[in-house]
Design a protein around this ligand. Structure first.
Ligand code: GCO
Length: 486
């Protein structure tokens, strides 16, 4: 692979999300999001009882963060905007301080020649909307999200090339249908977690589609718009027909659930057959709105699994596993395919994370089989948490994060091989994450950063994996052949 180059317009950078890095949870007029409630008030939501109140304090330190990215040679960054900073109540009055903040964020990125690719919603649902009508479980969210999205896009489209409406719609409501201790959140459709999950997914899809339709047809935006899918690659555990069915089901549920509507205009047949009344129906008008609403396919692809048949139907499918409440249906286990054994995961809640570089290559190819009509694919997140990293106090050991460095090296090699040998049109890759951040249910005890964050001094230090990535891109970027020394 040494002599292979990326295509000329290949975009790469680092990604993040507002609640995970900004801190400043109560500053400058921000309203609470469901994550402020979860981390502060809902027992057992976050395994180490940390919150996103301060974390890396990117809200206050963004200028130095972008200056450092520039110095390192990183030319693109994918932040998310915090909806409750703009509309503290999700709708209604605008918080001018929040708007001024993001004005400056965008302008600062430009000053540093860093291209922003912006996510409008990365799970920090305004709490007011949850309290008023159950947020994503209600059709009312569609217009509220639409108004927020229109406001942001109209203001920044000139400076933003790529928009992600929603991050991983598969998961944006799980925080409220289930939480890690294994109990259901008491007030939220607890008797019907599966139904509520698909209902929320439905309105998420409609919210995205409404924004995309407006962006394409009315606003005529100058960039591209899509949403970020979550997905892992699945391989059948054996040649048994049941295992192959399980594999297919996993793709249908994880990928087809949202990919089907925008490529074919409807949910996959197998989803409808399995779920029956639990799956909402798309009207003809909605199907038309959703079909073709994405300009490219964005996949957050971290890992790969073996799929196998299990007994027990839907009930077994919704049993406690890595993505709580998610009906993988007919089975999957957290066994690495082509990965290396990691021993214990970084955190029991992260038992889905294995380094499977062959898997990402097969996955990219498989996506073109699942969706022959998609124009191009961007890997919008991939990354790795070192087991035990948060328990180590020796800085040298933390900064020489060789397994994470290998993860990135191997995944990038696989993406390059996919482009050259499998002829898959991959046009971008975003490493997760710019620096250590709040890892949802695992709090700050799981670190995904390419930069270490000292949560007391807030100092950031690049890890070896950061230099590995930089070195890799120097070597493989079109036209570039220089390497940097550590
Ligand atoms: C995601 C999440 C990120 C996580 C990352 C690691 O999109 O999956 O959006 O917020 O931090 O994936 O788990």
């Amino acid at each position: 692979l040494a002599n292979l180059k990326l295509p000329p317009n290949f975009k790469w950078g680092l990604a993040s999300s507002a609640y995970q890095i900004e801190g400043a949870a109560k500053d400058e007029g921000k309203g609470p999001s469901i994550w402020d409630l979860l981390s502060h008030r809902v027992p057992n939501s976050v395994s180490d009882n940390t919150t996103g109140d301060v974390v890396g304090s990117h809200y206050w330190l963004y200028k130095q963060d972008y200056a450092r990215l520039k110095n390192l040679g990183i030319k693109a960054f994918s932040p998310s905007i915090s909806w409750p900073r703009i509309f503290p109540f999700g709708k209604g009055p605008i918080n001018e301080a929040g708007v001024a903040h993001y004005d400056d964020v965008i302008s600062e990125l430009h000053k540093n020649s860093i291209m922003p690719a912006v996510t409008l919603f990365h799970w920090d649902t305004p709490l007011a909307l949850y309290n008023e009508y159950g947020a994503w479980s209600s059709p009312q969210i569609v217009d509220d999200f639409f108004n927020y999205a229109k406001f942001i896009i109209s203001r920044y489209d000139e400076y933003v090339d790529e928009w992600f409406t929603i991050n991983e719609p598969q998961y944006c409501n799980w925080q409220f249908s289930y939480y890690p201790s294994g109990e259901y959140y008491p007030t939220y459709n607890s008797t019907e977690p599966v139904k509520s999950r698909f209902l929320c997914g439905h309105y998420t899809l409609l919210a995205h589609a409404k924004v995309a339709k407006w962006y394409h047809e009315e606003f005529k935006g100058k960039g591209r718009i899509t949403f970020k899918n979550s997905g892992n690659y699945y391989e059948a555990n054996s040649t048994k027909p049941g295992d192959e069915v399980a594999r297919q089901r996993n793709f249908d549920f994880a990928i087809g659930w949202f990919g089907g509507p925008w490529t074919d205009g409807d949910y996959p047949t197998s989803l409808k057959d399995t779920l029956g009344d639990l799956l909402p129906t798309l009207t003809t008008e909605e199907k038309i709105m959703i079909k073709g609403s994405c300009d490219f396919y964005a996949i957050d692809g971290y890992s790969s699994f073996m799929a196998f048949e299990v007994d027990g139907g839907l009930e077994a499918c919704v049993s406690n596993r890595s993505a709580p409440g998610f009906p993988d249906c007919a089975g999957s286990v957290s066994t690495a395919s082509n990965g290396f054994p990691l021993g214990p995961a970084a955190d029991p809640a992260m038992n889905w994370l294995y380094s499977t570089p062959d898997g990402i290559r097969k996955f990219l190819k498989h996506l073109t089989v699942l969706f022959p009509s998609i124009p191009d694919i961007v890997v919008t997140e991939f990354g790795f948490a070192e087991p035990f990293e948060s328990q180590i106090s020796n800085m040298n050991q933390i900064l020489w994060d060789l397994r994470r460095a290998d993860y990135f090296q191997n995944y990038l090699d696989s993406i390059l091989a996919s482009i050259h040998y499998d002829k898959v049109n991959v046009t971008g890759a975003w490493g997760w994450a710019i620096f250590d951040n709040f890892e949802w249910a695992s709090g700050t005890s799981v670190r995904f950063g390419l930069q270490y964050v000292n949560y007391t001094s807030l100092e950031r230090t690049p890890k070896a994996s950061m230099f590995q990535i930089l070195n890799w891109f120097r070597e493989h970027e079109a036209g570039g052949n220089e390497t940097i020394r550590r």
